[in-house]
Design a protein around this ligand. Structure first.
Ligand code: DX5
Ligand code: ZN
Length: 215
């Protein structure tokens, strides 16, 4: 069974605690937190202060997706805030290996992500260092965008490379995930599905999450 990670980017931030409780009660195991700095991506979202407050209110696994430049400057703050997993981007102009090791030394799980225009080969050598690979299926920055189907072969390529490691590495897909494409991404190896608008803009979170899990 896949893990569903609702992204709070499409939640009602004025009622964040209620929203988090609602997705937890509806069957989500992880909570995906999109961190944006206005440099790596055009948008600005939230930082460690919000993660720290969320940590006090939920036992959900906190999956922090750092779409920021210089992630090395911020991983300690996110670990201290209670992040369970920190994913950094290959394109973030930093050497990922020491950052990934630092995250793990700090007690977190470490993930690496690539944007749609980056090939899997750019990160294949990092598999021994990571607990998760995140394939972006939209250009990062905003929720509510359309899934880019050309990312499916890359997902499959990542899946096959992960299989060859004989190590547990989560394969996450993020961007435009809904009940129409969940089956396709699962068939191609994804085991953690991120969804913001499909879940938080639905009338019934339980149904939305079940549709992703059972697709
Ligand atoms: C995009 C973020 C995604 C986003 C997904 O930059 O990384 O996590 O919130 O939103 P949807 O599911 O609406 O495409
Ligand atoms: Zn994300």
């Amino acid at each position: 069974m896949v893990i569903v990670a609702p992204s709070i980017l499409s939640a009602d931030f004025t009622r964040l605690q209620e929203e988090i409780t609602a997705v937890a009660d509806a069957g989500a195991e992880w909570l995906h937190i999109d961190v944006m700095d206005g440099h790596f991506v055009p948008n600005i979202t939230i930082g460690p202060v919000v993660v720290e407050n969320i940590r006090k209110k939920t036992t959900l696994f906190l999956d922090c997706h750092l779409m920021i430049q210089h992630p090395e400057k911020y991983v300690d703050a996110f670990l201290k805030a209670g992040a369970d997993l920190i994913t950094i981007h290959k394109e973030a102009n930093a050497d990922p290996v020491p950052i990934l090791r630092h995250i793990k030394e700090g007690g977190g799980k470490a993930g690496i992500s690539i944007n749609p225009e980056t090939s899997f080969e750019e990160i294949s050598m990092l598999l021994p260092e990571v607990d998760l690979v995140l394939i972006m299926s939209v250009h990062p920055g905003f929720s509510g965008q359309r899934f880019i189907p050309e990312m499916v072969p890359k997902l499959k390529q990542a899946y096959e490379a992960i299989q060859r490691t004989h190590k547990k590495i989560y394969l996450q897909i993020d961007g435009g995930i809904n009940n129409q494409n969940a089956r396709l991404v699962k068939q191609n190896g994804a085991d953690v599905l991120v969804a913001a608008s499909f879940i938080f803009h639905s009338k019934d979170y339980r149904t939305a999450i079940r549709q992703l899990k059972e697709a």
